[in-house]
Each structure stands twice: as structure tokens, then as C-alpha cells.
Design a protein around this ligand. Structure first.
Ligand SMILES: NC(=O)c1ccc[n+]([C@@H]2O[C@H](COP(=O)([O-])OP(=O)(O)OC[C@H]3O[C@@H](n4cnc5c(N)ncnc54)[C@H](O)[C@@H]3O)[C@@H](O)[C@H]2O)c1
Length: 349
């Protein structure tokens, strides 16, 4: 990693700072010597249980990204050197229940952030976090490349495709320096979202119940949270250095030739935990979700020198280690996250 000195003394603004990825990014940026601030909604109960004192650990104002004037004021006040935009409604199944909230948060919210940045006297660069789901999914067995068409069947995926188009319009119309990070299904300690494999398993284990899998054969680009974050940080460093060529889309996905199914990851999690069980349930009424999703990250490897560092087993082991430490001591998550960031840096050195 040749970017570890790029953030020292920099003012970095993170939207979604109280979310799963936001907390890890905030911790890592602070370790790199950045002054971190941001905005988010008030974290819900499980996040606060998993990350005690979360709101007082970061300088984060509670601001709804759908409120354009408030977003403008927060970003103007922060005068950032760079913005990482992570705030979103990030769940596919919830997007079927709340499509308007999903579109307004993910699409209009992205426009609000970019417009607030555009209004600054000297607009800073933006790393815009979208998703592997931004691509029109054709159930291909090979990975999507950055030039492929945007799309999305469900409201969440479509909202991320739209957020990419918003970023592209701000780039082309106003010359904003926006790079988009498109990562796969992320696992790691301290995720408490509903309808995600790891938090669902943790809840099942704590309740002494089996984990119910609805789509055991689905293939996803599983990766540990530190892998895409290192990609976002590499992009941000290049933008801070004034590199105009890194604007646009970037995939950050796992590299193994045989990506794991939901069932395989669940079995690995249970094995490492040493507890828990899994049952498969057919739900004929389940809403549509893509079956096959892979990313081609050759561009990031060739041009950013980024590639995944952890094996599938390590991704799972690091994740389980966090939850087991938290289970023994609810404040331990902060320490384990800091140790894992340090370990990841050593691995990359
Ligand atoms: N976790 C994954 O597997 C994954 C995969 C691909 C992409 N992503 C993307 O990464 C980003 C972060 O995801 P995450 O897993 O940390 O999600 P998360 O739900 O844990 O965190 C979301 C964050 O956004 C904030 N937020 C939500 N709605 C908001 C609003 N209206 N106004 C202001 N803030 C709001 C929340 O307060 C929280 O801080 C999202 O853009 C998501 O789409 C996540």
C-alpha cells in the first residue's frame, strides 16, 4: 500500500460514518492521521450494542441525506479535502418494501452530496461507494467489467445503477472529480444489518436457533470489509494527489476462480465459530434476487496495484474472531477492529 501517508492531516468527510463500512473506514482513516468527520442517521440499537459509544467516538452529525440544505451546510462547514460517500439504504429485500425511500436516499442523496461538493469554492474529490449490483445482471458466469451497462432488477440494485449515472453526470457536466467503488458482498465484524448472512448467523447462534438460508446456491463476491476499504483508500489517495485518470468506476472483488455460494460461506462461518447450524428453506414467494454475481477487478489490479489479500478462510476467520470477542466483552469490537486493520496493513506491506 503506497497510500498510507496520503491522509495525514487531511480533512476527510464520510457520509454513512455510523454504518458497518463507515465505522471501519473512520477507524482506518484516523489511524492514517486524517481528521475525520461526517454525517449519518442515528445508529439503531444493534449498531450501538456492537460498537458502544459509537456516536461519541466520531465527529458525526445526525443529518438526513435527503435534506439537501442540511447536507450542503454540513459539507460547507467541514471544508473537506476529500469526501467518501457511503450513506445509503443498502439492503435488497428492504428495497422491495421501501422503494421510494431507497431511491430517494441512494439516488437523490448522492446528487445532494455531489451538489454540495460542487458548491464549494474549490470542490474536493469524491469517492462514491455504489455496489457490484449497479450492473445490469445477465446471470453471466464471468465477472462484470467497469464498462458494462448499468441496470438493476430490484429497487436497490437499480438505485445503485442510477447513483452511478448521477456521478457520471456531475463528472461530465461540472468536472467534479468522482471515482466510484463497486464492491461485492462484504463480511466482517460489527455488521448488524437485517437480511445479511453474517448478522443473521450471529443472531441465530445467540438465539440458539439454526440459520435459515433462502438462497443457498447463490454466488456472491464475498470479501472482508478491509479489502474494498483498501481499494477506496487507494482511489482517494490518487484523487488527493491530483490524478485525473482515476475518475470513473472501479471494481473491487475477490479473485478466486471458484467463488463461494451462500451455503459454503455459511458452513465456513459455523465451522470457525464452532457453534451453530444451517437449514435450507425454499421460499417460492421470495422476491427476485440475482443468482450469479461476479466482478472483474483486473483494472484495479493493473492500475491501482490493488488485489485481495485474504483467503476465503481468513475472511471468515477474521469475521468470526470479531464477533466472538464482542460476545465475551461488548466493548472489545473497537480493539479487535484496530488490531485487524494493523494486521491487514502488515500483510500489505
Ligand atoms: N455491506 C455490503 O455488503 C455492501 C456491498 C456493496 C455495497 N455496499 C454499499 O456500501 C455502503 C455502506 O454500506 P454498509 O454495509 O456500511 O451499510 P449500513 O446500513 O451499515 O450503513 C449505512 C449508513 O448510511 C447511513 N444512512 C442511511 N440512510 C441515510 C440517510 N437517509 N441519511 C443519512 N445517512 C443515512 C446510516 O446512518 C449508516 O451510517 C452503502 O452505500 C452500500 O450500498 C455495501
Amino acid at each position: 500500500m503506497n497510500w498510507t501517508d496520503s491522509y495525514r492531516g487531511r480533512r476527510v468527510f464520510v457520509t454513512g460514518l455510523t454504518g458497518f463500512k463507515g465505522v471501519w473506514l473512520g477507524l482506518w482513516l484516523r489511524r492514517l492521521g486524517a481528521e475525520v468527520s461526517g454525517l449519518a442517521l442515528a445508529p439503531e440499537e444493534p449498531m450501538l450494542d456492537g460498537w458502544p459509544e459509537l456516536t461519541s467516538r466520531f465527529h458525526c452529525t445526525l443529518t438526513d441525506i435527503r435534506d439537501s440544505a442540511a447536507v450542503q451546510a454540513r459539507i460547507a462547514n467541514a471544508q473537506p479535502d476529500i469526501v467518501f460517500h457511503l450513506a445509503a439504504q443498502p439492503l435488497v429485500r428492504l428495497s422491495y418494501r421501501l422503494p421510494i425511500e431507497t431511491f430517494s436516499t441512494n439516488v437523490l442523496g448522492t446528487a445532494h452530496v455531489l451538489d454540495a461538493v460542487r458548491s464549494l469554492p474549490s470542490p474536493p474529490p469524491v469517492v462514491n461507494i455504489t455496489s457490484d449490483k449497479c450492473y445490469e445482471n445477465r446471470e453471466w458466469v464471468w465477472g462484470y467489467r467497469e464498462e458494462e451497462a448499468m441496470g438493476g432488477h430490484d429497487p436497490y440494485s437499480a438505485s445503485k445503477g442510477c447513483a452511478e449515472l448521477v456521478a457520471s453526470a456531475y463528472r461530465r457536466s461540472f468536472g467534479l472529480k468522482v471515482a466510484s467503488g463497486r464492491a461485492g458482498n462484504v463480511i466482517g465484524g460489527g455488521d448488524w444489518a437485517a437480511d445479511r448472512l453474517v448478522p443473521d448467523l450471529v443472531r441465530a447462534i445467540l438465539a440458539g436457533q439454526p440459520l435459515v438460508l433462502r438462497r443457498p446456491k447463490s454466488i456472491r463476491p464475498w470479501q472482508h470489509v478491509l479489502e474494498p476499504l483498501s481499494g477506496y483508500l487507494a482511489l482517494g489517495a490518487r484523487l488527493l494527489a491530483g490524478d485525473q485518470l482515476v475518475v470513473g468506476g472501479w471494481n473491487f472483488g475477490p479473485s478466486e476462480p471458484h467463488p463461494l455460494t451462500v451455503r459454503e460461506v455459511a458452513d465456513l462461518l459455523v465451522k470457525h465459530w464452532g457453534q451453530g447450524s444451517v437449514v435450507e428453506v425454499e421460499d417460492p414467494n421470495a422476491p427476485h434476487e440475482a443468482h450469479h454475481l461476479r466482478l472483474d477487478s483486473s483494472k484495479a489490479a493493473a492500475e491501482l496495484g490493488w488485489w485481495p489479500l485474504l483467503t476465503p478462510e481468513e475472511r471468515v476467520a477474521w469475521t468470526v474472531d470479531w464477533y466472538r470477542a464482542w460476545q465475551a466483552d461488548p466493548s472489545a469490537g473497537w480493539r479487535v477492529a484496530a488490531e485487524q486493520i494493523e494486521r491487514y496493513e502488515r500483510r500489505a506491506a
